[in-house]
Design a binder for this molecule. Sequence first.
Ligand code: MOS
Length: 775
Amino acid sequence: MESEPQFFDQPGGYVGKPLVRVEGREKVTGKAKYSAEFPLPGLTYGVLATSPIAKGKIQSIETAAAAREPGVIAVLTHQNLPKLAKTPNDPQGKKDIGAPMGFLPLTGDEIFYAAQPVALVVADTLEHATHAARLVKVTYQKGDPIANFKQPKAELFDPEKVQDGKQKGHTKRGDAQAAFASAPIQLTATYNHPVYNHNPMEPGSTTAHWEAPDRLTIYESTQGVTRTQSAVAAMTGLPREQVRVITKYLGGGFGCKGATWPHTVLTVQAAKAVGRPVKLMLTREQMFTSMGHREDQEQIMKMGATADGKITSLVHTKKSTTSPWDNYAEPNSKIVDLLYASPTFESSYELARANVMTSTFMRAPGEAPGSFAIECSMDDLAYRVGVDPIEIRLRNYADHDYGTGQQWSSKSLKQCYARGAELFGWSKRNPKAGATRDGRYLVGMGMASASYPVHNSSGTARARLYADGHAVVQAGATDLGTGTYTVMTQVAADSLGLPIEKVRFELGDTQLPTAPNSGGSVAAGTVSSSIFLACQDVWQKLIKAAVIDKKSPLYRAKPEDVAVEKGRLFLKKDPKKGEAFGDLMKRGEMTDVEGMAQGKYGSGYEDASAAKNADPTQKDQAGQHSMHSFGAHFCEVRVDMDLGTIRVSKWVSVIGAGRILNAQTARSQIIGGAIFGIGSALMEETIRDEHFSRYTNADLAGYHVPVNADIPDMTVEFVEEHDPYINAMGVKGIGEIAMVGVAAAVANAVYHATGKRLRDLPLTPDKVLMAGLNS
Ligand code: MOS
């Protein structure tokens, strides 16, 4: 029998400490290589020419002028691009390649969206390719595009009637309509979100290198090398292992790099066509139409409650815009269902096709917009009943997950409310809206709850411990820039009992053990658990070697009686009896020992035994617990009623997310997420022209994101939380929760300041000035 793996909480350990980034020096000295920075011999440059129209047909393409320009190697169009084994344009291909790529351009003459690629020019320099791409002459037969779901010509449909029903957006618990009709308090409100774009600092890029006719290496800006590998393998027809994907550093993703997009495949085809490596980097403008966006959407939130503010009914509906070929909709309703103890619930959603690039997941997909609807409505309820916004949430506190009926694996939301209120100074808040002034500013305080699920995920890691006391630990994970390199090095060092400088963690390569996408907030929990368990595997192997080694003090001990701490193997009952791993290995002439293990969602030690007896056909085998992070945001705003400007002047976020791996990178991540949310609340918006279905502000001058001057000092705290169910490390992940509830906290603060309830994001000055009182 193997000895039980243990949580480690060694005094003096690295996990949890605010260590600086292990890759920080590489980054600030410019040595860190991002995906577009791999110089290959014979490298060429690809530039896309794109369609100005959003709907129609290509009548003719004239490429000769472009091809004649200096340095041009090829001008590729749908007429001469090498064929793929599979494209997403047919249903089976779409299934094999994986969402969201439901359409690949340069496969025919039809135009479905504005800025759809129509040609790819390859040249010896970026400048030559850029110049020549402008000379590609295309004539179009123009159609009449649809720009969004609100237009009269747009047709709303229920995607679950036409598809596989996987999105589970339609839910019914009890009779929510009847409960609403008979509720003493009835609130109905409509919430609008514009299109948002992720706008990571580093644009999407691909460098494709065919090293042999059947062997391909891609340097890709992606949140998941494995996913890119499987999609490209499906399209090229190569076996997976002959497609290698490398992503050493990423300059942000926020969801837009979570899947494989057309520019990647087109670059692969172009490299095949010219017989040389091709690098293609999207321009900032192309980032608005090449890697998805958050869909424009409308939510209607109906809330029924008793006179003292206990929710009796929630009815949530949503409409949004999708592309001509895709049925993706953010799953908004889940968070509406799970945050509060409503005995009844109903949700549904509809989509309309428009001439747009498809939408995709964006940081906290579903939870971010869903929380805006439920958390503003909760604020409305608080004012209607005449109680404090925290009190109304406590009256409706969900002591279990009403959506699934499960118990929570852990939930620290009450602590988040209490600690947040204390840090923020909530008790000083005047309960009356529109009643606090500071000079020319109206001052408001608002708050909102946050929650994000621990998504189902698994992945593997390898740990190799050398006899001389250093180690290399590997997982094919991605570091979005948030600290994966650092936290995994900490976990490995503690798991192996080594000084941190003796451990190197490698990631971002499909030749390493398969790790999940860095998406859905799963990477920290899954990868850290796989590393912890891989290191346990190393110890198990060494323990087995010790007990059969006649010269070891542990000879003939039972493996389960042996423990390891800080690199020393010893008898649990007689800790003096033992030896350092290095001595054991040198004596046995073992250069190194390698361990490998899988980290899994729902296989924390409590649930692991339950899972053994569970029905394996059940999707969630661990199954007894609903696993979520929770948190609370507190916001103070100053509103200038002459100019309509809103300034966030104070911010507090308190989060309960299980074990926190690094106090400093975690704090940075929460700050980053909250700023992302403040951007969505106050300034971010991609504007799509109603007539042409083109974006009118596709650059960072027109798409405003917060800068330092927009953001006050922010206070972030984590509630100490031990969750024995979620995974081996007890880590829930914090990539997305910080963004959830942020827009509502801001809007609630604006209401408290002004008495104006704004429900159409972003809350720009025009809306502040135009809003009717108490609308
Ligand atoms: Mo994130 S939106 O799951 O990449």
